[in-house]
Each structure stands twice: as C-alpha cells, then as structure tokens.
Design a protein around this ligand. Structure first.
Ligand code: FA5
Length: 330
C-alpha cells in the first residue's frame, strides 16, 4: 500500500488504475472496480488512512482522494457503456439482408411483352400521355360528336381553346401512337408502344382508372388477317405457354375493320386482354398511306391484365397501391 499521506501516491495510483481500465475487457471491469473502488479497494484504503494524518494534511488529502474516486467512477461508467454495446454484437448471427428495390410487376410485364414482339421483328417506341383529341380520336376514325367516343370515358386537361373547345386530354389508350408513327415513317412499319393510359372509369377487380397498354402496329404490302392471328397466337404462346386457352371474338373498334378481341381463360371464365383488328382504310388514308397498296393490323394489350393472368393476382388495384407485401412477390 502506498504511503497514505503522500499526494504522489494518489497520482501514481490514478495513472495505474486508468491504464488498466483502458485495456480491461468487459469481463475484467468488475474486478477493476473491486480492486480500486471496492470496500477493500485501493482508493478506499487511502481514505481510511486519513485518520492517522496530521490535521492540516487531512483536508487537502481527503479532497484529492474523493476527487480521484469520482474521476475513476466516471471513467468506469464511460468504459462500461461502449463495452456493453460491443458485447451485444454476436458475430455468429446470420447477417441481415439489406432491403433492395426491385422492378414493378408492370415493368416486368411490359418488358416480357415487348421482348416477345421484339423477337418477331417489332421495334419499341413511346409517345405522350397528354395527348391531342386529334390523335386519340379523330385520326382514329372517331370524329367530333361520334357516338364511339363514349367507348372511352375521357379525362380532359383543363384547357379551353379560343374557339371554346377542349382539345387536350390524358390518352385513353395507346392507339394515338398509330397515327403518330405512320405520320413520321413510311411502310413497312412494325412497332410496339408501351405506355400508361387513363380513363374516367369506376374501378373494380379488373378495371383501374389508370393502367398500361402495349399497342402494336404492322403495316406493309400484303398483310392479312392471318398475319394478325398468327402474330397474336405466337404472343400468347410466348407469354402464357402453349397450354393456356385463347379466345378470339368479333368486336368493334372504329379504327379497325374487321375488329376482334382476345381473351385468356381465367378461373373458369374469360379475361379480355386486348382489342385488335385490321387497320381501317380511313386511318391509313388519313396519314397519307395508300389503302389500295398497304394493309396492316393493330392491337392494344392490357398490361396489368396480362400480369393478373400470369401471376394469379386477384385485384388490379394492387398494382398502384404501393403495398410492399404485394410488390415484393415479384
Ligand atoms: C382499346 O383501348 C383499343 N385501343 C385497343 C385496340 C388497339 C383495338 C388497336 C384495335 C386496334 P379497349 O378499351 O378494349 O380497347 O382496351 C384494350 C385492353 O386494355 C383491354 O382488353 C384490357 O386488357 C385493357 N383495359 C381496358 N380498360 C381497362 C381498365 N379500365 N383497366 C385495366 N385494363 C383495361
């Protein structure tokens, strides 16, 4: 034991104790506390020796020793916190996988659909979601006040032109790109156009007010309805496999003649996935193509409906609900 009357011994005790504390492991901290601060610890012993000191030295030494004890208690507490924190790390635990982002099922489906048509020679192009009435309707053989406009409940942009008419809308389908593509290129044309569409529609399990379509257009000399059917059957085979049942039915769209729709078997029923048909001669003439020389087919596929059929999704509204429980399945 150091001479209790010596301030020097307090200093050397302090140095030794703090050096030991710095290198002590979590298990050694208790032993350190007993050695220096415990009932029989070095600091306690020093304080006990005070009684034997000359009176004038007692006060000075007592104050210094008490300060040392406080300093050592604080040093111990500081040391315990990080050591305790470190002691909780169990290196044998399996790592936690960081959450990673992934593609939306709609994006996957668009990629698969465009890849299927890409393999058949179709190029991918894109067009505007905010569209002119002209391309969404008029160029597609649906003039102003034509009753067929009611087939697509339209969301109009709040812009009134000088003549009092609304001309800008959110496209109700990807078909406006038919006219845009033909206006800017000469036949042969073979394109697919993925994109978002909007309709002022009540929603249910198979209808959303915004959804995606992939438009298709092929125009050249000598294209027939057999080409349309062959292409769409090949698409269905690539996307749904050869065993899935496919149904073609006559349907009406003002911009094709004849028109059809295609449905795929779904829970013992049919789910319609697209409208299609031979491009109407008036649409060809409208963009300056000679309808006597060129023929073509077009189709518009509902992307979310394709995903519903492939993955057994029961409600189309899940696509835009931003629920990770749904999104992380893909
Ligand atoms: C059209 O939109 C036509 N433009 C398709 C077309 C293109 C016909 C070229 C002829 C030639 P329709 O409104 O039926 O047609 O929509 C086509 C497909 O989009 C539907 O079969 C369906 O799969 C999908 N679809 C339509 N409305 C919705 C909706 N509210 N929610 C989700 N998918 C929809």
């Amino acid at each position: 034991m150091a001479n209790p009357s010596s301030t020097e011994s307090l200093e050397s005790l302090r140095g030794r104790a703090l050096v030991e504390l710095r290198s002590a492991s979590a298990e050694e901290l208790d032993a350190w506390r007993s050695k220096y601060l415990g009932r029989r610890g070095a600091v306690t012993q020093l304080l006990r020796g005070i009684a034997e000191m000359p009176v004038e030295e007692r006060r000075r030494f007592g104050a210094a020793a008490n300060l040392l004890r406080e300093e050592m208690e604080v040093a111990l507490a500081n040391r315990q916190a990080p050591v305790a924190g470190r002691a909780r790390i169990d290196v044998s635990l399996p790592g936690r996988r960081p959450q990673t982002g992934r593609l939306h099922p709609t994006t996957w489906t668009i990629r698969d659909i465009t890849a299927a048509f890409g393999a058949m020679g179709f190029q991918v192009v894109e067009g505007p979601e905010v569209e002119y009435d002209h391309y969404n309707f008029t160029a597609l053989n649906i003039p102003q006040d034509h009753p067929a406009r009611d087939m697509w409940d339209t969301l109009w942009i709040d812009r009134i032109d000088a003549d009092g008419k609304r001309r800008v809308l959110l496209r109700t389908h990807t078909s406006p790109m038919q006219a845009r593509v033909m206006e800017t290129s000469r036949p042969p044309v073979r394109v697919v156009v993925p994109g978002r569409c909007y309709r002022y529609e009540a929603t249910d399990a198979t209808h959303e007010w915004h959804f995606h379509q992939v438009e298709g257009l092929a125009v050249a000399e000598g294209i027939t309805f057999a080409d349309l059917k062959g292409t769409l059957y090949e698409f269905a085979r690539r996307i749904f496999g050869s065993d899935r049942k496919v149904r073609f039915r006559c349907d009406y769209f003002p911009f094709v003649e004849p028109g059809v729709d295609m449905a795929i078997d779904w829970k013992g029923q049919w789910l319609e996935i697209m409208g299609a048909g031979m491009v109407h001669p008036r649409v060809l003439a409208g963009v300056g193509y000679d309808p006597e020389k060129y023929t073509g087919f077009a189709f518009g596929i509902g992307v979310e409906r394709v995903a519903i059929l492939r993955h057994g999704i029961d409600d189309i509204r899940q696509f835009a609900a931003n629920d990770l429980r749904f999104l992380s399945q893909f």
